[in-house]
Design a protein around this ligand. Structure first.
Ligand SMILES: NC(=O)c1ccc[n+]([C@@H]2O[C@H](COP(=O)([O-])OP(=O)(O)OC[C@H]3O[C@@H](n4cnc5c(N)ncnc54)[C@H](O)[C@@H]3O)[C@@H](O)[C@H]2O)c1
Length: 444
């Protein structure tokens, strides 16, 4: 432990059991839950999860202290996770896995008793926000009544499972994009609008509000408005709870936030970046609606500007043409293809091209992110952190940041920030990568 931080209070011990509530039980959420259960039963490994597989260096390089993150931080083990969910189609996690067709049916059948036992709760829904789905199982009533019903669900989930601690993650369909207005700016205005059943409060905002009112940290894995609404931020501060978002960083954007920093680091110019996707899952169907695509387009487009800083380098990035497309193509199911054409230029302006063809699996890339977020959001709460968790930017396509601050998109800066925050919260020295001390010691 570093001397300057020796007085720092360490995060409270991890609970043996942690409740994970999922808003939406579709492809991503069911692959996450089934994957955790599979790992528990030794049927597979939680690949892609930093909390489970990554190590973290502590102290000097010569100290040889490099524990697994899960051994360094007080985190609940996979065995201690208890799952619950809402969806608008009813059924169980087993049904959701079978519908999503992400995992092999033989694997799903091996977990049938556990997956069938997790029945979803009826969702809080408004068809104006997700136009392509016809719900079968949702709450009735005004917005205030739906919020109260969500809060009652959270309390019941805690009581039924004898849980002290719960976190919530939004993995529901992307909602149609609308601009925020005055009812979203303060908590008072937001609550008055809830009472007035104002349609400008979308379902994702209702879930976030219900979670925070019940003392539950909330992370938004979708492009929909929720934790980035000023009234919700105000509530998170008032309740001293962590919030995070938004939109899981999985396939194409993950690539973008690795490649763009490389161009910038080498001072190579970028003239154009055309990104297109074909996918055939329910998410693709929902994003076929131009209103929902607008929300996704905003989170996907936000990445390049902050990495490349065209204001500082108008000659390299000032005229960058950035286009993002998503095409619903049912034959592909969850096996998305993300294709990028990048027009770059180098010495004396000579042009070059890069093509990326990422044959990925959307939910396979997203599932480990949900696991890490569930564990780290609870860790953040136990460490006394509240409001926006910028140190978790690593996981987001469009990380939310304090008003007036530009979010960090570069994956490797995000990773450094993530690990340094872990060190800091556990009272360890930060790693600066200066490295001079190794040479000074030898010379002495
Ligand atoms: N898979 C990825 O790589 C990835 C990456 C980033 C973000 N996302 C986002 O994660 C979300 C989930 O993706 P998915 O592939 O699982 O989609 P999906 O369509 O399979 O699952 C979404 C589920 O949410 C349910 N739902 C819709 N509105 C609801 C409501 N109001 N309350 C409760 N349930 C509701 C739907 O019935 C559906 O089962 C989407 O918004 C997607 O854009 C996914």
């Amino acid at each position: 432990m570093s001397s300057q931080d020796s007085a720092k209070k360490l995060p409270a011990a991890a609970p043996e059991r942690l409740g994970v509530l999922l808003q939406g039980m579709g492809a991503v959420a069911s692959t996450f839950v089934a994957g955790c259960i599979a790992a528990r039963k030794g049927l597979g490994e939680p690949i892609g999860s930093l909390t489970q597989l990554a190590h973290i260096r502590l102290g000097k390089r010569t100290d040889n202290r490099n524990p697994l993150i899960r051994d360094f931080l007080p985190l609940t083990s996979l065995d201690g996770l208890v799952f619950g969910a809402w969806d608008i189609f009813g059924g169980s996690v087993f049904d959701a896995c079978m519908t999503a067709e992400v995992l092999d049916e033989r694997l799903i059948r091996k977990m049938e008793p556990e997956l069938s036992a997790i029945k979803v709760m009826p969702g809080a829904f408004d068809p104006q926000y997700v136009t392509r789905l016809t719900p079968k199982y949702c709450k009735q009533g005004t917005r205030r009544e739906m919020v109260e019903s969500l809060r009652a669900d959270i309390r019941k989930f805690k009581a039924d499972n004898n849980l002290d601690r719960v976190v919530m993650i939004n993995a529901s369909s992307t909602e149609v994009y609308n601009d925020l207005c005055e009812i979203h700016q303060t908590l008072d205005a937001f609550e008055a609008a809830l009472d007035a059943d104002d349609h400008r409060i979308g379902p994702c905002m209702m879930y976030a509000y219900a979670a925070l009112m019940e003392g539950v940290p909330y992370a938004n894995g979708t492009p929909s408005w929720s934790t980035d609404v000023p009234a919700i931020r105000e509530l998170a501060h008032k309740k001293a709870l962590p919030i995070a978002g938004k939109d899981f960083k999985t396939g194409q954007t993950l690539m973008k936030t690795v490649l763009a920093p490389m161009f910038k680091a080498r001072m190579l110019g970028v003239r154009g970046w055309f990104s297109t996707n074909i996918l055939g899952n329910r998410d693709g169907e929902v994003l076929d609606d131009p209103g929902a695509f607008k929300a996704k387009e905003k989170t996907k487009l936000s990445v390049l500007d902050t990495i490349l800083q065209p204001d500082e380098h108008p000659n390299l990035y000032g005229n960058l043409y950035h286009k993002v497309r998503i095409n619903y193509y049912p034959p592909r199911g969850d096996a998305k293809e993300g294709w990028d054409n990048i027009d770059i230029f180098g010495w004396l302006g000579y042009p070059m091209q890069i093509k990326v063809d990422f044959l990925c699996r959307d939910s396979i890339l997203a599932a480990p992110i949900l696991l890490d977020l569930a564990l780290l959001m609870d860790f953040a709460a136990r460490a006394g952190l509240k409001g926006i968790q910028e140190w978790l930017s690593f996981y987001w396509k469009s990380p939310i940041a304090a008003p007036g601050l530009k979010p960090e998109h570069d994956l490797f800066i995000q990773l450094t920030k993530l690990k340094n925050n872990m060190r800091y919260l556990m009272g360890e020295d930060l790693i600066t990568h200066l490295g001079n001390e190794y040479y000074e010691e030898r010379e002495n």
